[in-house]
Design a protein around this ligand. Structure first.
Ligand SMILES: C[S@@+](CC[C@H](N)C(=O)[O-])C[C@H]1O[C@@H](n2cnc3c(N)ncnc32)[C@H](O)[C@@H]1O
Length: 304
């Protein structure tokens, strides 16, 4: 029963912690064992998606190659706890890929993929990494250790967040998006004027590092749910802020393809990696809608 007397149901069966951890390790091991493959190539829009383990794919990517990286990595928050979704109590677990045994394991993982990303970034390129308290301190420390220069820590206010069911903590309402450049000496691109024309706080004022952006809409999730899908508005803002048309963007954990959708919309090229083929199918369908040629209107519709 919740505080306001509403009945909460629990549709998700909880797995034993040990079983879930064993499963997580198996998923990572089998992904690393299987050969990465090309999943989607759209030459006319400069979009390429690959299925496979991000670490393997990053290691195969050329140095000094991409203008910008957006990464929404595993946050490792799947600890068999509970959260609230649409008034229902559900498991907080996102998937086997979001589980880790120890903090050391999380930090070693972050150091590894962030080192590859730094090698792949062009000298003046920038990287954005989203996170919560579960991974963001490790990501920030790893970035500083590797020689990145942190430019901003954006507080993304997730308008209308779900309530905290335990009533023992503040309601989690933000994610952090760290923005960094390849090195202290490099010269990064920042589309200051375009940012000034957007809200946060309002057009005509310098944009704050506090962004109020609602979670993905139902239409963004029309091809089924990804448990941690990012809003298109968040990616559009990131792409406009830090790239020019025609630039190449890389997302090593692209999930349902939000970064590729934003890039296609804004005429940037995009490479995405993802371990799970089912998520790539969602990305494929979202991209097809985004790049579909506009249908000519019938005379009867236009009144001509
Ligand atoms: C936080 S989600 C990204 C969601 C994405 N931003 C979106 O809007 O849909 C992280 C994604 O990384 C994938 N993933 C986890 N570990 C991976 C790995 N080692 N290699 C490639 N993808 C991985 C997961 O399957 C998941 O879809």
């Amino acid at each position: 029963m919740s505080k306001n007397g509403k009945q909460l149901s629990c549709p998700v069966p909880f797995e034993g912690l040990r079983v879930a951890k064993r499963k997580a390790r198996k998923v990572r091991e089998s992904a690393a064992a299987s050969e990465p493959e090309e999943f989607l190539v759209d030459r006319s829009h400069g979009i390429r998606l690959y299925r496979g383990d991000a670490l393997q794919l990053l290691r195969r990517t050329k140095s000094d190659f991409v203008d910008m990286i957006f990464a929404d990595p595993p946050y490792f928050l799947s600890n068999d706890g509970i959260t609230c979704q649409a008034g229902k109590m559900v498991s907080v677990n996102k998937g086997a890929w979001d589980k880790a045994e120890t903090f050391e394991e999380v930090h070693a993982f972050n150091l590894e993929w962030l080192a590859e990303c730094r090698r792949i970034l062009k000298p003046d390129g920038t990287i954005w990494v989203s996170g919560t308290m579960h991974n963001t301190f490790s990501v920030g420390f790893a970035m500083q250790t590797l020689g990145y220069k942190i430019l901003n820590d954006i507080a993304w206010f997730k308008v209308n967040p779900p309530p905290n069911l335990s009533c023992r903590y503040f309601t989690h309402a933000t994610e952090t998006v760290i923005w960094a450049r390849k090195s202290p000496r490099s010269r990064h691109y920042f589309n200051y004027e375009a940012m000034k024309e957007m809200p946060d706080p309002k057009p005509g004022k310098q944009m704050l590092s506090l962004w109020s952006i609602a979670p993905p809409t139902a239409s963004e999730k029309r091809y089924s749910k990804h448990p941690t899908q990012k809003p298109e508005k968040l990616l559009e803002r990131i792409v406009i802020a830090s790239t020019r048309p025609g630039d190449l963007v890389l997302d090593p954990f692209i999930g349902s393809g939000t970064t590729a959708v934003a890039c296609a919309r804004l005429k940037r090229r995009c490479i995405g990696f993802e371990i799970d083929g089912a998520y790539l199918e969602i990305a494929r369908r979202r991209l097809a809608d985004e790049v579909a040629p506009a249908q000519p209107r019938l005379a009867v519709e236009s009144g001509a």
